[in-house]
Design a protein around this ligand. Structure first.
Ligand SMILES: [Zn+2]
Length: 357
């Protein structure tokens, strides 16, 4: 499957480089055509429940997919993404990216992430019998490093900024040390997270919610979900597109700032999982907001902590970063962006790192 640059429009072959020669990220071109009405889905096939939806054959699985969608108060439904095998929605992307790595005959994958993406890639690589090398900041939480090492992956701790970690990983990719299984750069990761949209709609009997509110760092869930909704809307499986809202951590909220919505610059370190100063797919995220008539906002540490407490009170034990989206719904209702009585779907994205620090 060909890939196209999200900036200059040049195409790259399937087995080509991991980014465009202009330096921008790639998107998949011409995904398989879907039938005019939803077919019967085979839920035992997990993310591969719908023929042609995921553009890579399943080569590796840990039984991921079809997380529960449960009702909360006032029209909110939570999708329990923290119940995935490695504890976050990142398994959607990792299962697909590692399946492609298997097809390509990779014997070593490289990734840079100190959090859930690194753990998901390392775990699925282990499942596929592929070596993994994960680059992390040297000040990453010891428990996260131990979790990644527990899969048998090699962890490379890099001093300096988050940028230095990515540069070290890219250096290894350019030297030919391994296949770049990148959650931020590989468009197949988004093809995996797009299954979030397929599942939500199937679980709602093909009725789109009015809004979907997700945490927003690199935008791997936000963009995958939006692309999935777009695809099913174009196929005619739903009558309307949900408005897509992304919620960032105050102080590190480039998309909310670009939308003129960063009102509090104090750093929200409770939501450490989405502190991405320079998201790789910034332009695509802003386009997705425009297309779906959504928005991006930033929430404070206090708002995140209160939402986290509220979730615990409902029996939902998730990582604090997950609570940003719940805090975001409250804020969006307060602003009138989401009206009372509107249907909202919120993913609870992770269960790793459940201690507030
Ligand atoms: Zn380009």
């Amino acid at each position: 499957m060909k890939r196209v640059c999200t900036d200059c429009g040049r195409t790259s072959p399937t087995a080509g480089p991991w980014r465009c020669s202009c330096g921008s990220p790639l998107a998949l071109q011409a995904l398989p055509r879907l039938p005019a009405t939803p077919p019967a889905l085979d839920r035992d096939a997990g993310l591969w429940a719908c023929d042609g939806f995921v553009p890579v054959a399943r080569q590796v699985t840990l039984g991921e997919g079809w997380t529960p969608l449960i009702d909360s108060e006032r029209g909110i439904q939570y999708k329990l993404e923290h119940l995935f095998p490695t504890g976050s929605f990142k398994d959607r992307g990792a299962a697909v990216v590692i399946s492609r790595a298997v097809e390509r005959g990779a014997d070593r994958v490289l990734e840079d992430s100190s959090g859930n993406a690194g753990l998901a890639i390392a775990t699925y690589a282990a499942r596929a019998g592929i070596d993994a090398e994960i680059f992390v900041p040297s000040d990453a939480t010891p428990s996260k490093i131990r979790a990644i090492e527990g899969t048998g992956a090699t962890v490379r701790q890099i001093d300096g900024s988050r940028r230095a970690v990515t540069d070290a990983c890219i250096g290894a990719v350019e030297r030919g040390d391994g296949y770049y299984a990148s959650h931020a750069w590989d468009p197949l990761f988004l093809a995996g997270t797009a299954t979030f949209a397929l599942e939500v709609l199937a679980q709602r009997d093909w009725t789109a919610p009015d809004a979907v509110v997700t945490p927003l760092g690199h935008g791997t869930l936000f963009l995958g979900a939006e692309q999935g909704f777009q695809r099913l809307y174009r196929a005619g499986w739903i009558d309307s597109l949900p408005r897509c809202y992304g919620v960032q951590a105050s102080g590190v909220a480039p998309i909310a700032a670009a939308r003129g919505n960063e009102r509090d610059a104090a750093r929200n370190d409770v939501a450490d999982g989405i502190q991405i100063a320079d998201p790789v797919r910034r332009r695509q995220i802003l386009d997705a907001i425009e297309t779906t008539v959504g928005d991006a906002i930033a929430v404070t540490a206090g708002e995140t902590e209160r939402a986290h407490e509220r979730l615990r009170g409902e029996g939902l034990v998730v990582e604090p970063t997950s609570a940003t989206a719940v805090a975001g719904v409250a804020r969006l209702r307060e602003r009138g962006a989401i009206a009372d009585g509107e249907d909202v779907v919120v993913p609870l994205t992770g269960r790793n790192g459940t201690t507030i620090r």
